[in-house]
Ligand binder design. Sequence first.
Ligand SMILES: CC1(C)c2ccccc2-c2ccc(C[C@@H](CC(=O)O)C(=O)C(=O)O)cc21
Ligand SMILES: [Zn+2]
Length: 323
Amino acid sequence: MAGWNENQLRKYNIKLEKIPTLQYDDPKLDSHLTNNYPVLIKGSKLVSRVLKWDLDYLKQHMSSVCCNVIVSKNHKFKYYDPKKITPNMTFKPISRPSPMIFSEFADKITNWKKGDSRLYLQQVLNNTIGQHVVRDFVMFNWDWIMSKQKICKWGPLSSNLILIAQEGNVTPCHYDEQQNMFASIRGYKRFILFPPSQFECLYPHPVHHPYDRQSQVDFDNPDFTKFPKFKEACGYEVIVGPEDVLYIPMYWFHHVESLKHGGYTVSINFWFKAGSVEKIEYPLLDYQRMVIMRNVEKMLAEALHDPSEVGNMLKTIFLGRYS
Ligand SMILES: CC1(C)c2ccccc2-c2ccc(C[C@@H](CC(=O)O)C(=O)C(=O)O)cc21
Ligand SMILES: [Zn+2]
């Protein structure tokens, strides 16, 4: 495989399998998508018209646009929801938002030196980013991706984010509640995906924690005392390169890294709301079990009027009665 090699990958001792790769017009593709199974899609030309989106081009056409940039003291960009930080909580995130204009971001990552804070631009593509970029945006292969949206009965497109990461940046393991068609424009990103059935091995934070949806396990230094089942986790690995599209099914956990020494990466994600489930069928699908667990946590927090009491009540219900 041109363009990258194994020593650009961070070392984790996690069992890894491969993700299938299919051409965009392969008849087998739709069954992967409709069955919520990840697949690397080649040849879709979804974003081929914007392969020119490198730092210089974007500096030219959106240099004064204020963008959402995350700054981190290390290589990990663990997202948190600021709305879930309560006054009596001591929450010290490693990464934090630091909005800046595009040209400042571009200069900072161009002149970055070891020891500097790392940056990650995650900007919603909307009409505030200048008509040039919007004009390019409308040239995505919308017919193809909208045909998939229809076949899979996904909900509406909820957002397109442009992601510009420094080489080596990591988005730690988390899941999203939306279907994601992830397109790479520049550079290579390594994904490690885990199905919803591995919820027990990945220990996501409580729903009411600012780190909701993010795994508690630090892949760089896993605490096997607190998270013993992480030893049993079995991931699916795939390298996403320029023009590739990766389908990330909703509720699938994913760890994402921009390959070391590969230069900055430019990607675009297409998030679709989940389609409305016509009829619940049994046995339940694994992602539906995650939805149920989330609802139990939410309902208990609501009923108790205090999220910090949820754990104790679950323990009371469980110990000696269901254990
Ligand atoms: C989950 C999170 C933190 C988030 C919360 C609220 C609004 C936006 C986003 C957002 C946008 C992009 C990413 C990065 C991307 C992986 C990668 O390319 O690094 C990824 O995980 C994905 O595309 O799903 C992650 C997030
Ligand atoms: Zn994600």
